[in-house]
Design a protein around this ligand. Sequence first.
Ligand code: 3NM
Length: 204
Amino acid sequence: MKRELLRKYFIMGSQNCDRDPREILIDAIKSGITIFQYREKGEGALVGEEKVKLGHDLREICRRHQIPFIINDDVELAETLNVDGIHVGQDDESVDLVRKRYPDKMIGLSISNESELESSRLELIDYIGAGPVFDTGTKEDAKKPVGVKWIQHIRDQYPDLPIVGIGGINDTNAQQVIQAGADGVAIISAITQSPDIYATVQRL
Ligand code: 3NM
């Protein structure tokens, strides 16, 4: 994949939004995000038809603006929405199965520690999501923060692997994540909760 795509990686689901997620996505795209992940997960998340309907709308917004659309975890919805990529966690569908089913889509995998790094089929994936870099209140089951050292560690071992940092990243600490070797920063609340999305993404 083109590593530059990971630069400003916006993630969101309706549970992260205090107003219409469609409007927030359009604001973020107009402000300069480079890729989007639909992550409808956690307390208050939509399920069933409602999840599919919002997914369709967000997918269409991304298509219109030529922003790659990644789905979190849901391999069935990946097909329904004809997504550009799928992001999976360590407890989700295995990357082997996802790669078999979708030979041509981008696949991202979350990796938080050495044993996950060693046991993961890195040759099957397009990028790593590394985190949580900092404390985050957004993911209920987030692990302990790994710091920018974790980014540096992966980068030292895998100079060519696309890496995006995630967890507690905002416009004041993003620079540390990039300097540690990440290709980009993945962000939920610093964008969805921003009173001025344009200013936030521009500062990023
Ligand atoms: N995954 P915010 S941390 C979705 O560590 C997610 O894998 C994480 O939200 C991981 O930008 C996280 O608001 C939440 O901190 C990121």
